[in-house]
Structure formats: C-alpha cells, structure tokens
Design a protein around this ligand. Structure first.
Ligand code: ZN
Length: 52
C-alpha cells in the first residue's frame, strides 16, 4: 500500500502502519480518509499531502 508525505512538515502517512491515537481505522486508504483529516504534526489539510 501507499505512503503519503505532508509537503509542509514531511510527516509520513503510511497506509500499512497507521499511528495509534489518530482515530483512523487500520487499513483505510489515504484517499478514503475524510476531508476533515489534518496532518497530525502541522495540522495542514489532506490536500497538502503527496503520494511518495
Ligand atoms: Zn504536516
């Protein structure tokens, strides 16, 4: 599965290894995350992530 990087702070969202405490169900695809998802580190919107 894919990884996505926050273009602002470099935070990596790894679909295979979703951090605990984010309130995100395991196994979800990044594209299926709600649009309310924000970078856990810098709070930028989902739109600021790019696939890596
Ligand atoms: Zn960020």
């Amino acid at each position: 599965m894919a990884k996505y990087k926050c273009k602002i702070c470099g935070y990596i969202f790894d679909e295979d290894n979703i951090e605990e405490g984010l309130n995100i169900p395991a196994g979800i695809k990044f594209e299926d995350l709600p649009s309310s998802f924000k970078c856990p580190k810098c709070k930028m919107s989902k739109a600021m992530f790019e696939k890596i």
